[in-house]
Design a protein. Sequence first.
Length: 331
Amino acid sequence: MLYPELSLSIRDAVDELRGRKVAVVGHLRPDGDCIGSQVGLCRILHGQNVDAVCVNADPIPRRLEFLVRDTPFFRAKDFKPEGYLAVTVDCADQERTGELLLRAFPEVELNIDHHISNTQYAKRNYIESSSAATAEILAGVALDNGWRIDPTTAQALYVGIATDTGQFRFPSTTRRVFSISGRLLDRGADPAAASNELYERESIGKMRLLQKFLASLRLECGGRVCLGFLSSNFFEETGTTSEDAEGLVDYARSIDGVDIAGILEERPDGIKGSLRCKDLRFRVDQIAALFQGGGHACAAGFTARMSFEEFRPALIEAIPQRLDEVDALES
């Protein structure tokens, strides 16, 4: 079995959900693993005779709309939660579901996630931080239990895995990742179609936003750190939204010699930050935790309620400290 203990525990939990109505909830600013996991779990639950729908505070990103098909998917503002239990996926902290869903579901029945920083806020928590994606966990559990995976479910789970592994480039990519992905292809996942939807439909506005981001890049710590900045007026100037900032930080991370990369996005209520690293040793989730954020060892985020001018020095101080800690362990 791919997940011997987890698969049995989640199977028992799903058995107990029969006859109940379930809202499969994801996090704010959903990415491929979030939407893929929501769609995948919702459809798996349908196959187990559980009445389930997907709910998210934010809209589905344009490039991920192709995953949903006939899966029932609601915005939180349009959803009536009465009679529903909440199951969260890919959500390390309950607050990341957003204010509306926090009010609607003060208690969460199941929490299925792969983030190392998960706060285990549900009645039952199924956290597997060695997995590359929550979609990997869900696919593995479904395969272990012999649950039906139709082509739409397979595509959703495949995209969750593919996006969170950086198209199978990140350190989290394991033999199990490839094994599960191959079995999803057998059930109808289409990598070429997914790649076309995800990476071959960019707007000219995003290309102009990328230009501005690249022009903002600055190297720190002798070239080991690269930070970029997106001013709020960049979006208006390029006709884009914050959705178009997704993935830009990877350009900074890809620079030779850079160990830690970051993007700081100016918002009305402060700074939204994303951090990336190439090596698990650098644990950018621990840097993000200094600013009440979290995430993966190699990919994390945070929100700081201060201006860019106030915040940047604090980040520039925190990152070298992390580099020094790692260097000391290596010496």
